[in-house]
Design a protein around this ligand. Structure first.
Ligand code: GLN
Length: 510
């Protein structure tokens, strides 16, 4: 048991392929871990153990018959509940979609199934992926396995917490402004936002279509790369999908060679407002990367300062349009349909009851920013800023092969701490948003624990579009150097330390 839960996805797949362990055993172990920790963590909104075991049984039968298996065949996975999976509900963390069963699979889901990955269930998120703490879920918050009084980040707090609490070795997230990377940083896990268009958005319920991107969550760099290679690639059903082949992410994760690589430290993403422990671990990560042969340069991206403001005009504008389809007429929640009320009244009542405060706030802001009198002043200006940010990246990537910053200004905050202060909440994504606006590849890798509170800190790495492999090169180098410093993976501290006991990890893995 212990060994199964602590193993990486790559190790599990290798053992399943040789028959040393069965996918059914591996799946059972993870379902047992869920039973032990879910009452405290609440990473999942929906789990279907029978279906997962049936899928695992099918993988074991394929192996026994000598059929060819994919690189992660038989490995259990957690799927963010904003991606459709036929036969399971998709709620997007919202009451408006409660009980909705999608009639189709997302392309990401199809890729997972085609590769014999075992889907355990759907993970919790901020409603329609709007938030940085998972507290905006209509089904209650997820808690951070490192400290159950703290948030796991958001919107993909469920996927990150599932991986961090050993309920699943790998998970799928989506990142519109940081929802894969910020939760990864706050839970000591790996999270990658691939280049926009690198992974299909078909079947991902849209938040902001020009920013959304699905990607892998894992405990190791190689596991993330393997999952990236499974879900990446061209999809004719997504008109923004890139036709080029997936960059060589697995090779990069295996090599971890950064010798001679120029790493650009972004001057604007640091300084005042960053917790001392975050700054300390970030600076140490730079030293480790230098030790691994990388060269550090300072770069300036002067327009990053306006990224948050531009994002909070572009995202609400797109989401006000994307969420118009939840009108109670075709599917989803319907309130007040008593035969006397008009369709418009039923729409108003349903949207009023079905959407939470943050979703309503953004629909109102977006509708305002797009209105004819204000379009140029707000939406139009934000799009110009978006171009300036893209140009900052282009200039910086002439001086450096990748750019780095802390992933988040602070470590995980306490539940309730920022929920009534949207601006404080929005600032969690200060460092992650520029990559969404520009569409380039970006990731967060664990770089240690903040000395003041023992909570994880993430290093953000940003690479040019379609140079996703560079992220993995840097991530693997950092993982190797950090492991030699601390004697293993950072995440193992959670399983071994006090937090592990608190979680029930120890009881469950005996
Ligand atoms: N926290 C950001 C927001 O609330 C990012 C969300 C996301 O990436 N889905 O918009």
């Amino acid at each position: 048991m212990n060994e199964i839960l602590r193993a990486t996805a790559a190790e599990l797949a290798a053992k399943i392929a040789t028959g040393e362990v069965s996918s059914v055993e591996v799946t059972r172990a993870h379902l047992a871990q869920m039973a032990a920790v879910e009452p405290r963590v609440h990473a999942f909104l929906h789990v279907d153990g029978d279906r997962a075991l049936a899928a695992a049984t099918a993988v074991d039968a394929k192996r026994a018959a000598g059929e060819k298996l994919g690189p992660l065949a038989g490995v259990p996975l957690a799927l963010k509940d904003v991606i459709t999976y036929r036969g399971a509900p998709t709620t997007c963390g919202s009451k408006i979609l409660e009980g909705w069963y999608p009639p189709y699979n997302a392309t990401v889901t199809e890729c997972l199934l085609a590769n014999d990955i075992v889907i355990l269930g759907k993970t919790n998120l901020d409603e329609f992926a709007m938030g940085s703490s998972t507290e905006n879920s209509a089904y209650g918050p997820t808690r951070n396995p490192w400290d159950l009084d703290r948030i796991p980040g958001g919107s993909g707090g469920g996927s990150a917490a599932a991986v961090a609490s050993f309920e699943a070795p790998i998970a799928i997230g989506t990142d519109t402004g940081g929802s894969i990377r910020q939760p990864a940083a706050l839970t000591g896990t790996v999270g990658v936002k691939p280049t926009y268009g690198g992974v299909s958005r078909y079947g991902l319920v849209a938040l902001a279509s020009s920013l959304d991107q699905p990607g892998p969550c894992a405990r190791t760099v190689l596991d993330a790369a393997l999952l990236h290679s499974v879900i990446g690639g061209h999809d004719p059903r997504d008109s923004t999908s890139i036709t080029e082949a997936v960059p060589p992410v697995v090779e990069a994760a295996l090599s971890g060679d950064v010798s001679g690589m120029r790493i650009g430290v972004v001057k604007e993403l640091g300084g005042a407002g960053y917790e001392p422990g975050v700054a300390a671990r970030f600076n140490e990560a730079l030293v480790l990367l230098q030790r691994a042969g990388a060269e550090l340069v300072e770069v300036s991206c002067p327009h990053f300062e306006y990224a948050l403001a531009a994002y909070y005009l572009i995202l609400p504008s797109e989401c006000s349009s994307n969420l118009a389809k939840f009108d109670a007429m075709r599917y989803g929640l319907r309130v007040g349909d008593d035969g006397d009320r008009s369709a418009e009244e039923v729409m108003n009542l349903s949207r009023g009851a079905g959407f939470g405060d943050e979703v309503k706030r953004r629909i109102i802001i977006g509708t305002y920013a797009l209105s004819s009198g204000y379009y140029d002043a707000y939406y139009g200006s934000a799009q110009k800023v978006r171009t300036l940010i893209t140009q900052d990246f282009e200039r910086a990537f002439k001086q450096a092969d990748v750019l780095v910053s802390p992933t988040t200004p602070t470590t995980a905050f306490r539940l309730g701490e920022r929920i009534n202060d949207p601006l404080a909440m929005y600032k969690s994504d200060l460092c992650t948003i520029p990559s969404n606006l520009a569409g380039n590849a970006s990731a967060s890798f664990p770089c240690g624990l903040a000395p003041e509170n023992g909570l994880p800190v993430g290093l953000q790495v940003m690479a040019p579009a379609m140079a996703d492999d560079r992220l993995y090169r840097v991530g693997a180098a950092l993982e190797r150097e950090l492991a030699s410093e601390i004697g293993g993976l950072l995440i193992d501290e959670l399983a071994a330390g006090a937090a592990g006991e608190y979680l029930g990890v120890k009881e469950a893995v005996k």
